[in-house]
Design a protein around this ligand. Structure first.
Ligand SMILES: Cc1cc2nc3c(=O)[nH]c(=O)nc-3n(C[C@H](O)[C@H](O)[C@H](O)COP(=O)(O)OP(=O)(O)OC[C@H]3O[C@@H](n4cnc5c(N)ncnc54)[C@H](O)[C@@H]3O)c2cc1C
Length: 448
C-alpha cells in the first residue's frame, strides 16, 4: 500500500506522521517544492522578538524523525499533474519530469499570499515576504534598511506583524479597508480595544483605507489608497491567502476562489485523492456554510481525518468552531464561534454580555432562550491560549451558559483545571441572561 503526500508543511507532515501510526506497514512518500522542511511563516516574527536564535526551522530534526519512521521525503520536488488513470503523479525532480505512483494520495499544497495588488510588477523589492526561509532572509535585510514599515490588512496576521515591527523599533502604519480591525473574527467592542492598545503604543492605524494601487520605484514603494498616498521602503501585504491549486486546474473540481472541492470525507473529485489544509474550505456556523479559514488547527485536523478515510470512509469532518489565538503585546486574544454581526444576520434572538476586569475583557454571546453559547471573544493579560481546547469543546458540544455556570461552581474549589477555566465567567453571563429573559417575559405578560 503506497501513500503519497504532496506538500510537506503543517498539513502534509501531520498527515505523514499520522499515516505511519495508522498504517504501520504502508510505504509513505512525502514531497515538497521547497529546499527545507518545517519552515513556518510565524518563525519570522518570533525570531525578530527573540523567541528563536536563528531563522532556520526544524529541518534537520524533521528529516531525522521522518527517516526514523521510514517515511521518504523528496525536497526540491514540484508536483505537476495527476494522472488518475495510472494512479500516478507527474513531478519535476532533479532536473527532469518523472512520475510517482500511489494507492492513495493526499494533496497538501497549502496557500500563498494574495499577490493581486502586485502581480503586474517584476520589481517588488520593497515587499516583506516570509513564507519561505529564503524570502525571510531577504526580508530581514529589507527591514534593516527601513525605519518605517507599512502593513496592509488588519486581520490576525497584519495585527501581529504590526506589533512585532513596532517592538523592534520601526514606525508602523497599518492600513485596513474595513471600518474596524479584524472584522472577520471580532465585534466592534473588542476590535476597538485592540485598536486603542495599538495606537497607545504608537502604531498608526488608518481604517476605511482601501489600497487601490501600488507601484515600485526602488528603494521606495508608492501605495495609493482611497484616503491618501504613502511612500515606504518596506511594506507587508497581510491580505487574504489564496490556495496553491493552480497546478490542479482542470484535474480536480475547484470552487471559483481556487479552493479544492472535497466531500465530507475530504476526498476530491478524483477517487483516492484527498485534499487537506489551506487547500480546502471548512464547514462553519449554523448552516454549515463552507468557508475558507486557513488555520494551523484546521490543517492538522484535516490531515488526520483524510488519513482515517484513505481506504474506507470512516470519519466525517467536524464543523469548525473557528478558534483563533493571537498574541498582541502583553495580551492574549482568544476567540471562537460566531460574532454578534454574523448572528444578527441569522435572525436568531441572542444575548450578549461583556465582562471587564482590569485589562481582561470578555464578550460572551448566547442564544437568548436556550442559553447555548454561540461565540466568545476574550482578551487577557494572562496566557489564556491553553483554554482554546476548552472553548472549542463548549462550542462543539453546544453547551449552555447554565451548564457552564454550574460547572464553574463545581470547580470553584478545585485545583489546576479551575485555574484555567476561571477567567471565563459564565456564571455572571447566565445570571444576566436570566434577568433579561425574565424582564422580556414580564413585558410580554403586561402587554396582555
Ligand atoms: C505570516 C503567517 C502567519 C500565520 N499565523 C497563523 C497563526 O498564528 N495561527 C494559525 O492557526 N495559522 C496561522 N497562519 C496560517 C497557517 O500557517 C496555515 O494555515 C498553515 O500553514 C497551513 O498549512 P498547509 O500545510 O495546509 O499549507 P502551507 O503551510 O501553505 O504548506 C504548503 C506546502 O506545499 C508546498 N507546495 C506548494 N505547491 C507545491 C507543488 N506544486 N509541489 C510540491 N510542493 C508544493 C509548499 O512549498 C509548502 O511547503 C499563518 C500564516 C502566515 C502566512
Amino acid at each position: 500500500m503506497k501513500i503519497l503526500i504532496v506538500g510537506a508543511s503543517v498539513a502534509g507532515l501531520e498527515a505523514a506522521f499520522y499515516a505511519r501510526k495508522r498504517y504501520p506497514s504502508a510505504t509513505i512518500q512525502l514531497l515538497d517544492q521547497s529546499q527545507v522542511l518545517g519552515y513556518h511563516p510565524t518563525r519570522f516574527n518570533r525570531y525578530l522578538i527573540g523567541e528563536f536564535e536563528t531563522l532556520e526551522g526544524e529541518d534537520h530534526a524533521l528529516q531525522e524523525k521522518l527517516a526514523n519512521q521510514n517515511i521518504t521525503c523528496l525536497l526540491n520536488c514540484r508536483a505537476l499533474k495527476i494522472l488518475p488513470a495510472d494512479k500516478s503523479l507527474q513531478i519535476f525532480y532533479q532536473g527532469r519530469v518523472q512520475s510517482l505512483t500511489y494507492d492513495a494520495m493526499i494533496l497538501a499544497t497549502g496557500s500563498q499570499d494574495n499577490q493581486r495588488l502586485v502581480q503586474d510588477f517584476e520589481e517588488d523589492s520593497s515587499l516583506i515576504k516570509i513564507r519561505s526561509l529564503e524570502e525571510s532572509r531577504q526580508s530581514l535585510e529589507l527591514l534593516k534598511q527601513s525605519d518605517q514599515v507599512l502593513v496592509v490588512g488588519a486581520g490576525q496576521i497584519g495585527l501581529e506583524a504590526s506589533q512585532v515591527y513596532h517592538r523592534v523599533g520601526k514606525q508602523v502604519t497599518l492600513l485596513e479597508a474595513s471600518e474596524y480591525l479584524n472584522f472577520k473574527y471580532l465585534d466592534h467592542p473588542m476590535s476597538e480595544r485592540i485598536q486603542r492598545r495599538l495606537e497607545q503604543a504608537g502604531i498608526r492605524i488608518v481604517t476605511g483605507a482601501t489600497v487601490n494601487r501600488m507601484s515600485f520605484h526602488p528603494p521606495f514603494c508608492q501605495i495609493e489608497t482611497s484616503k491618501a498616498a504613502y511612500q515606504t521602503k518596506a511594506v507587508q501585504l497581510a491580505t487574504n491567502f489564496v490556495p496553491n491549486s493552480a497546478w490542479l486546474k482542470d484535474q480536480v473540481t475547484c470552487y471559483p476562489d481556487g479552493t479544492v472541492q472535497v466531500d465530507d470525507y475530504l476526498q476530491t473529485s478524483v477517487p483516492q485523492v484527498f485534499a487537506i489544509g489551506d487547500l480546502i474550505r471548512v464547514p462553519f456556523g449554523p448552516y454549515r456554510e463552507k468557508i475558507y479559514l486557513p488555520l494551523v488547527h484546521h490543517a492538522k485536523n484535516s490531515a488526520k481525518i483524510a488519513v482515517e478515510n484513505l481506504f474506507y470512509q470512516q470519519l466525517k469532518r467536524p464543523i469548525s468552531q473557528r478558534i483563533i489565538v493571537s498574541y498582541l503585546f502583553d495580551q492574549t486574544l482568544l476567540c471562537g464561534g460566531l460574532t454578534e454581526e454574523e448572528m444578527r444576520l441569522t435572525g436568531r434572538r441572542i444575548f450578549v454580555s461583556y465582562q471587564e476586569d482590569g485589562e481582561d475583557f470578555i464578550q460572551i454571546l448566547s442564544d437568548f432562550y436556550t442559553g447555548q453559547v454561540l461565540g466568545v471573544q476574550a482578551l487577557s493579560r494572562r496566557d489564556i491560549s491553553r483554554s482554546a481546547a476548552y472553548l472549542e469543546e463548549i462550542l462543539a458540544c453546544q453547551k449552555t451558559d447554565q451548564a457552564l455556570a454550574l460547572e464553574s461552581a463545581f470547580y470553584r474549589n478545585g485545583e489546576s483545571v479551575e485555574q484555567e477555566r476561571d477567567w471565563l465567567d459564565f456564571e455572571s453571563h447566565y445570571l444576566k441572561r436570566l434577568a433579561a429573559r425574565n424582564e422580556a417575559c414580564d413585558a410580554s405578560q403586561s402587554a396582555f
